[in-house]
Design a protein around this ligand. Structure first.
Ligand SMILES: [Zn+2]
Length: 183
C-alpha cells in the first residue's frame, strides 16, 4: 500500500524473456540489477530528454526538476534535459494525474530492447500526493532509475530500494555503477 514501486508490466517482462531468454536471468550483478544488456557507449555522457505532461490538478514540475538534477549532478554517465515541445523527440515522458488507488506512487514503463531502447514512460499518481509529499524528488529519481534500466533491489540503502524512501533523491554509488554499466 505504501509502496511507491510497481514492477514493469508483465508483458514487457515476458517480451524481455522472449527476446533475450537466459541472458536476462544471468544479467544479475553483485547488487544493482539491470533490465537488459549494456549499450557499451563510447561517450562520456549520454543525453536524454524528458517531457512533462500534467494531466491532473497537481503540478509536479519542481519535483521532476529536483529528481533530474539529482541524476545530472551525480557521476552517472547520463544527462537529462527538459524538452518543452511535445512534437519533438524525447525519451522520458512524465505524466501525472489521479490514477486512483493503484498501490503505487509512481510507475515506470522501462525501455524495451531493440524496439524502444531509450524510451520510457513515468506516471506520478497524485492520488497519493500526501503520501509521497516530502519524498517527491526521490520518487521521481527512483522512477528515472527504471528509465535507465535499473530494476528494484532489496538493498534498503540505495535509490532503487524496492519499497519506501531513503530520504534523499540522490543516487547512491551502487545505483550509479548500475547506470554506468549500461551506458
Ligand atoms: Zn521501482
Amino acid at each position: 500500500m505504501k509502496s511507491k514501486h510497481i514492477k514493469r508490466i508483465f508483458s514487457i517482462i515476458l517480451l524481455l524473456a522472449l527476446v533475450f531468454g537466459t541472458y536476462v536471468s544471468t544479467n544479475k550483478v553483485m547488487a544493482y540489477s539491470i533490465l537488459w544488456g549494456s549499450k557499451n557507449f563510447n561517450t562520456s555522457q549520454y543525453s536524454l530528454k524528458y517531457y512533462y505532461l500534467q494531466n491532473g490538478t497537481k503540478n509536479y514540475s519542481s519535483i521532476i526538476t529536483s529528481g533530474v538534477s539529482a541524476w545530472n549532478t551525480s557521476s552517472a554517465r547520463i544527462y537529462v534535459s527538459k524538452e518543452t515541445d511535445f512534437y519533438t523527440h524525447y525519451n522520458i515522458e512524465f505524466t501525472s494525474k489521479d490514477y486512483g488507488n493503484t498501490g503505487w506512487h509512481g510507475h515506470c514503463q522501462a525501455p524495451i530492447p531493440i524496439l524502444f531502447p531509450d524510451n520510457s514512460y513515468i506516471k506520478l499518481n497524485e492520488y497519493y500526493d500526501s503520501s509521497f509529499s516530502g519524498n517527491g524528488a526521490e520518487l521521481v529519481s527512483h522512477e528515472m532509475g527504471h528509465s535507465f534500466r535499473l530494476d528494484d533491489i532489496s538493498d534498503m540503502t540505495v535509490l532503487m530500494r524496492n519499497s519506501g524512501y531513503k530520504g534523499s533523491a540522490k543516487p547512491e554509488k551502487d545505483d550509479i555503477d548500475g547506470v554506468n554499466s549500461n551506458y
